[in-house]
Design a binder for this molecule. Structure first.
Ligand SMILES: [Zn+2]
Length: 267
């Protein structure tokens, strides 16, 4: 062990059980240096990992979550999560640059109520998509979600229609949308904007599907095949175009943007 690692705080990889310093995990964007398992990355770290330094300007930060149904304990839960994570809601949206190409970007953060889609999440995304459409900018969304936000009931489900319609509108105007699926992307988010990408990328080993494997097994009374709904399975079945490890994400996005003419003639 390197001397500077003595006294450092260690994190054990849940996949291979090897211990690595906290600093090492951070430097590697939460990918295990030993086995390559991808652990959750916060939205701010994700933005740092793909955007040009200092290029990010947030959009829609004033759109915060409410308690439309008077759900018991919900306002307190939101308040506690805001204090704990420093986030106002489960998604951060804004404008930034990737290798000099301007993009509209949205990143969901699973620390905030499993990145469930309440009205603030839906509205922030819709505003970002509209901004991309009006500005002729490409759109990149890093998806992660447990699904709908049950504390907002039907208003949560309405966000599926709202985000889908916004993206359909953006696509009709000729915009490029790259959807990046990270662990886990499920439920109403998978059933709406996450699966509407012109190009769908995924991180290795992510769980991607509508209902989770346990629910499906209980419903059909059968064992599911090995690796069911993981990125690799979804790529094999045509749902994912390419699996991109976190360390190559920025470079891959830059290449895709330039291939589509952004930053060359149009950017
Ligand atoms: Zn590991």
């Amino acid at each position: 062990m390197a001397l500077e690692d003595y006294g450092a705080s260690f994190v054990m990889c849940p996949s291979c059980s090897r211990r690595t310093t906290q600093a090492n995990w951070r430097a590697n964007w939460q990918v295990c240096p030993t086995c390559g398992a991808h652990q959750a990355l916060s939205a701010p770290e994700r933005l740092l990992s793909v955007l040009d330094a200092g290029s990010f300007v947030e959009l829609g930060e004033h759109i915060d979550g409410r308690d439309p149904l008077g759900f018991p304990g919900y306002p307190q839960k939101l308040e506690d999560l805001r204090k704990k994570t420093g986030l106002e809601e489960a998604v951060i949206t804004g404008v930034g640059a990737i290798d000099g190409v301007r993009v509209v970007i949205g990143v969901m953060d699973s620390r905030f109520m499993m990145a469930s889609m309440g009205m603030a999440v839906g509205e922030r995304l819709a505003v970002a998509v509209e901004y991309a459409k009006n500005g002729g900018l490409p759109l990149i969304l890093f998806c992660a979600s447990g699904g709908a936000r049950m504390q907002e009931g039907i208003i949560s489900l309405m966000q599926m229609a709202k985000t889908s319609a916004a993206i359909a509108d953006f696509s009709a105007a000729g915009g490029l949308y790259i959807s990046v699926l990270t662990h886990p992307t499920t439920g109403g988010v998978m059933a709406s904007f996450a699966s509407q990408g012109d190009i769908t990328l995924a991180e290795p080993g992510a769980l991607l599907g509508f209902a989770g494997p346990r629910v499906i097994e209980q419903t059909i009374g059968q064992r599911l095949p090995e690796g069911f709904q993981r990125s690799e399975f979804q790529q094999e079945h045509g749902f994912v175009d390419q699996i991109v490890p976190r360390g190559s994400m920025r470079e891959t996005l830059a290449k895709l943007l330039r291939l589509h003419g952004y930053g060359v003639m149009r950017g």
